[in-house]
Design a protein around this ligand. Structure first.
Ligand code: DX5
Ligand code: ZN
Length: 219
């Protein structure tokens, strides 16, 4: 039996009513706020930057799960710590010295996360898993909300679950992209600990109820 964590992605929020949407997440059954930071270089899209993150942090009452889709994330580790990030995820594909980056994140007082693009096998994390608090398996190509879930994700969740068990770490498995009420249950069955959901939550008529329904699928 597992209790899944739900992390609504604010990328799909109404930025004209950002405080309202952050407060909706505060009042919901969500566990974390998921913040997607895109630089237009690592991914072909730019999302939002420091002033917006500051606003979100001001109103958020739950941990900030920050997903950096940027090149050279080392430059901003302290900045994100100062902004109030609790979990800082960098992309494996953007970090030639991943172990050093993870040490810097930890030193700055945050939990360490590593995100993997759909084409990157989980096995690349074998030698640094004991330094990773969260692995974010991308179930879409990063850069945009509202894309379709890639089914191969299930295989990766199972493989990562086995790696975690073999090494005895307490690393959490997060799934990001295209999560909905069809795949949430099977993902939790496969071993997912955290589900990120953007469009499915914010495009629904009752986002709070949608968050509760996703949480119930993993209860
Ligand atoms: C994609 C982002 C995701 C995205 C999820 O690059 O990392 O967090 O916002 O959005 P949906 O749930 O709409 O796929
Ligand atoms: Zn994300």
């Amino acid at each position: 039996m597992s209790t899944v964590k739900i992390a609504p992605s604010l990328l799909a929020a109404d930025f004209g009513n950002l405080q309202r949407d952050v407060e909706m997440v505060n009042e919901s059954k969500a566990d974390w706020h998921h913040l997607d930071i895109m630089d237009g270089v690592f991914v072909p899209n730019i999302s939002y930057g420091m002033p917006v993150i500051k606003t979100i942090a001001t109103h958020a009452t739950k941990p900030l799960d920050v997903h950096l889709m940027i090149v050279d994330p080392d430059r901003y580790i302290q900045t994100f710590a100062d902004l109030g990030a609790n979990i800082l995820s960098v992309h494996y594909e953007a970090c030639p010295h991943l172990h050093r980056t993870l040490q810097a994140i930890k030193l700055a007082g945050m939990k360490t996360g590593v995100a993997l693009n759909p084409h990157t096998p989980v096995s690349v994390l074998e030698d640094t898993l004991n330094n990773i608090d969260l692995v974010c398996i991308m179930s879409v190509n990063p850069g945009f909300g509202g894309q379709s879930f890639i089914e191969n994700t299930f295989k990766k969740v199972e493989q990562l679950k086995e790696m975690i068990a073999a090494q005895g770490t307490s690393t959490l498995i997060e799934i990001d992209g295209g999560v909905n009420d069809q795949n949430a249950g099977p993902l939790v069955q496969a071993g997912a600990d955290v589900l990120v959901a953007g469009s499915f939550v914010f495009r629904s008529t009752n986002p709070k109820a949608t968050i509760a329904s996703l949480a119930a699928l993993g209860a």
